[in-house]
Design a protein around this ligand. Structure first.
Ligand code: SF4
Length: 296
């Protein structure tokens, strides 16, 4: 096994792959509404990192629509994806998570959020769902470098991430951390710094995203002004292989590239070919006799 992918994790645990129901939970984001910042992270689109999800439907409608043609023995992850899915009082959170868990075929509740929107009460609420389904929280760290965090307008520094990790660990809530390769000002040195940093934590999973320049973002303006250029595919592949070979062999790899809707993509064009990117990573690992964690 070159790396522990999510499909393998599901096959071990459930005997099959699980489908993913991407849900817009109707949340906003404190980095967009002025609470923490305005304008959001520079790469974030108008739909808060969930561009492909239909707008307007209730949570229940979104789930029912995803399940309508599913077989009785299929299984699913309910993934709260857009914006910040812990950015509300706990009663509201409970109502919205419950609205997704309306069918026994949903085996996992996955919640995407920001570390500054995790407090003790929220961590306890999320942990309470472990009686019903598997649960994990996805935190958009992207980089461990606080200078880059300021450049991308992430709106928090890494001690905030550390506090959230402590709370989630206290309640034994598994965490998937999101990383982005190709952020402004970052190269392999910053990737190394980020890998060294995340290796300090007990992570369940990692999502590795290749950056893309999407229409109507601050990053698109920077790209047009010549202030930013995305990495080449080769640079991305080298960084992804570095991450895979230096993280723990026990961590589950949930994602190996980023996915921009074709009509919104400005650059890089290689982002359109997801399978080529993944195949190139796998090919390099095979060619060089590497595997996940071999240099951990
Ligand atoms: S935290 Fe997420 S939703 Fe909020 S601005 Fe950043 S990428 Fe967008």
């Amino acid at each position: 096994m070159l790396y522990n992918n999510l499909s393998g994790y599901f096959r071990n645990k459930y005997g099959r792959r699980l489908g993913k129901i991407c849900i817009d939970g109707g949340f906003s984001c404190p980095n967009r509404d002025g609470t923490v910042g305005h304008g959001g992270c520079i790469y974030c689109g108008e739909r808060g990192a969930g561009e492909h999800i239909d707008q307007g439907a209730s949570i229940k409608e979104q789930v029912l629509s995803a399940l309508k043609d599913a077989d009785e023995d299929e299984m699913f992850v309910a993934y709260f994806q857009n914006f910040t899915n812990t950015y509300a009082p706990v009663e509201v959170l409970r109502e919205r998570y419950d609205a997704a868990l309306i069918d026994d075929r949903i085996k996992v509740l996955a919640i995407g959020t920001r570390p500054d929107c995790i407090d003790e009460e929220i961590a306890r609420l999320i942990a309470s769902y472990k009686n019903r389904v598997d649960v994990w929280v996805e935190l958009g760290l992207q980089t461990a470098n606080d200078n880059t965090a300021d450049i991308i307008n992430r709106g928090y520094h890494r001690e905030v991430f550390e506090r959230a990790m402590e709370l989630l660990d206290k309640y034994s809530v598994p965490v998937v951390v999101h990383l982005i390769v190709g952020l402004p000002g970052e190269g392999l040195d910053e990737i190394k710094e980020t890998v060294e940093y995340i290796n300090r934590f007990n992570l369940f999973g990692i999502k590795i995203h290749s950056i893309y320049v999407m229409k109507n973002t601050r990053l698109a303006e920077m790209y047009k002004n010549g202030e930013y250029a995305p990495p080449s595919m080769e640079e991305y592949v080298n960084s992804a292989v570095y991450i895979l070979t230096h993280v723990s062999p026990r961590v589950t790899i949930h994602r190996l590239t980023g996915d921009c809707p074709g009509d919104l993509l400005i650059a890089p064009t290689w982002n359109r070919n997801k399978s080529e990117v993944i195949n190139s990573i796998v090919y390099k690992m095979q060619l060089e006799g590497l595997s996940q964690g071999c240099r951990h």
